[in-house]
Design a protein around this ligand. Structure first.
Ligand code: ADP
Ligand code: MG
Length: 574
């Protein structure tokens, strides 16, 4: 703020920063340029952490991870036109995941609207498809209320992305400081509970189940319902299955976790309670043949429109998962009940878990080189600290990694999510590492990337090194997308023509030294081909708590998953 005669003046940029600070925003990720540089500077002066990234997409992923991990949105700050368009990927991903996020986009000067201004684009309209709320303040004075509304909308009801458009001419415009009123920080979301009659009905359906199953989704993780859900599982002795990001709400090594018998559990359960998990592709829509035709679903969700999607639920519990879980616990307190531990259902599940675990161990113990996925992940799992964040993306890398890498804490797994987005890993890892640093927990972030997935946001390694975040990047390198080729086959192939004509579209350059992307910026890089090299480099990386590292792990280019009962997606074979 500067003084002009008697009237103290404040710029649009300063008003934005103050409004964000008032709403408890702690982190801003972005890329500066015309017209938003001053906003980043003002935010930093206000005590908001500013993290400069290398692509708006990754900046947006990072900001959305802050929202998921803390329950308060992070901000992604982008320039007009192309900057905003790059951020749409991150907004879409956040919205699909139901994660809170605020995007602030600079836009061209109002006086030049429709004239072909620099980077002019209909940004408010463009963001509508990717957000819950998209608006442009009509004046500097209305900025605080629009920002309050954006923050509130991002966390109330089903969380999601919100967009605020800032015309270039607002940024440096000065107004009288007394003309701006800042809204108070919006209250935490109001907590809604389910109808008592629905709770009674749900308890009755659960009590009468022959083959019950709880499914724990990332909605339960977001709702911080870990304590209640764990009590429910242990009091009623129920089997549970986490979704990919529901992992860790209850530790993966809990005796009631049936993740290793996932397909079997889904296929034969007669009652399924969904805690914050949609019946979308991840859960095979809740339909046969993956489920019994007459399975009774009990849906717990904060979003009424979600209830009844793809199936006709037996009971719907509309409300906050944490609160609804407490209601269910009270019901079972009144009339205690336990699912019999000696049931044939438990026997079926346990047997299947045993045989699936044995099959993975068998693959992991193979001594042939290059290594397969299972060998790699078993060695990684052996050394992973219990409290670490696991970030993961890639096709096989993520799918197989999820079955081997364990989570013991809620909200400590971040992956491609509902939208199946590739390129999220480094942004997510940066957000998690910043939080670990700020909270001084000493927790590590392990980012497990396929070689293709790594490529989408690879230049964020510079960001990681600039902020000196001790992230460990593992690039599980099969020279391609799904599958690749070894160097000799690649060279042989090129004898028959130019790569554009003869190389299968899944190919990436064999033996790429991705670790040198890390050494280029001063971090540690390792190129590993054997289990011993992998163990050693991971041990060294974990021991160094101050610097980032990248371990480029060469695996068999044609390695795949073990045989599945069902195909996850129909993929064309190479
Ligand atoms: P997953 O990918 O783990 O299956 P989804 O993203 O499909 O999970 O589902 C998460 C669900 O959780 C969404 O339908 C969302 O509306 C819901 N949800 C988010 N927060 C809460 C909350 N506090 N209480 C209840 N439901 C919630
Ligand atoms: Mg690959």
């Amino acid at each position: 703020a500067c003084s002009d005669g008697d009237e103290e003046q404040v710029s649009g940029a300063e008003v934005i920063a103050q409004a964000l600070k008032t709403q408890d925003v702690e982190y801003m990720f972005g890329i500066v340029g015309i017209p938003v540089t001053e906003i980043a500077v003002a935010a930093q002066k206000m005590g908001i952490r500013y993290v400069g990234m290398r692509n708006e997409q990754a900046a947006c992923y990072a900001a959305s991870a802050i929202g998921y991990l803390t329950g308060r949105p992070g901000v992604c700050l982008v320039v007009s036109g192309p900057g905003l368009i790059h951020a749409l990927g991150g907004m879409a991903n956040a919205n699909m995941n139901c994660w809170p996020l605020i995007v602030i986009g600079g836009s061209s000067e109002r006086s030049q609207e429709t004239m072909g201004a620099f980077q002019e684009f209909p940004q408010v309209e463009a963001c509508r498809l990717y957000s819950k709320f998209s608006a442009r303040p009509s004046s500097i004075e209305t900025i605080p209320s629009i920002i309050e509304k954006a923050v509130r909308s991002s966390i109330y009801g089903r969380p999601g992305a919100c967009y605020v458009d800032i015309p270039a001419d607002f940024v440096n415009l000065q107004v009288n400081v007394n003309s701006v009123r800042y809204m108070e920080c919006c209250m935490p979301p109001p907590v809604s509970i389910a109808e008592t009659s629905a709770i009674c009905m749900a308890a009755t359906v659960i009590r009468n189940a022959k083959k019950p199953l709880l499914i724990i989704g990332k909605g339960a993780a977001y709702a911080r319902a870990e304590e209640g859900i764990r009590k429910l599982v242990e009091r009623c002795k129920l089997p549970f299955l986490p979704t990919p990001m529901g992992k860790g709400v209850i530790p993966d090594n809990h005796p009631n976790c049936v993740a290793a018998a996932r397909s079997r559990a889904l296929q034969f359960a007669d009652v399924i309670v969904l805690f914050g998990a949609r019946l979308n592709w991840i859960l095979h829509f809740g339909l046969p043949p993956r489920y019994q035709p007459d399975v009774k679903f009990i849906q717990v969700d904060i979003c009424a429109e979600e209830l009844g999607n793809n199936v006709k639920p037996a009971v719907t519990l509309l409300g906050d998962i944490n609160a609804v879980t407490k209601q269910l616990l009270e019901q079972f307190d009144k009339t205690p009940w336990q699912y019999p531990p000696e049931s044939s259902w438990w026997k079926t599940l346990r047997e299947k878990m045993k045989s699936n675990e044995a099959a993975s161990k068998e693959l992991a113990s193979q001594k042939s080189l290059p290594m397969n996925y299972y060998t790699v992940f078993y060695h990684v799992q052996e050394q992973l600290p219990r409290d670490c964040f696991v970030v993961s993306e890639g096709a096989n890398t993520m799918d197989i990694g999820r079955t081997v890498l364990q989570n013991y804490l809620p909200r400590h797994r971040l992956d491609a999510g509902t939208f199946g987005t590739m390129g999220v890993g480094l942004g997510f890892a940066i957000a998690a590492a910043l939080l670990a640093k700020a909270r001084n927990t000493g927790q590590r972030v392990i980012c497990v990337e396929g070689d293709s997935a790594f490529g989408f946001s690879g230049m964020e390694v510079e960001t990681i090194c600039r902020y000196n975040l001790p992230i460990i990047l593992l690039v599980v390198n099969n020279n391609g997308i799904y599958q690749g080729f070894d160097v000799d086959s690649w060279k042989e192939m090129l004898k028959f023509g130019d790569a554009t004509a003869v190389a299968p579209p899944v190919c990436l350059l064999p033996n790429s030294h991705y670790e040198q992307v890390m050494t280029a910026f001063g971090g540690k890089g390792y190129f590993v081909q054997t289990p011993e090299e992998l163990q050693k480099s991971l041990r060294e990386s974990l021991a160094d708590t101050t610097a980032p590292s990248l371990i480029n792990i060469m695996i068999e280019p044609q390695a795949t998953r073990k045989a599945q009962d069902f195909h996850w997606l129909t993929r064309s074979k190479v």
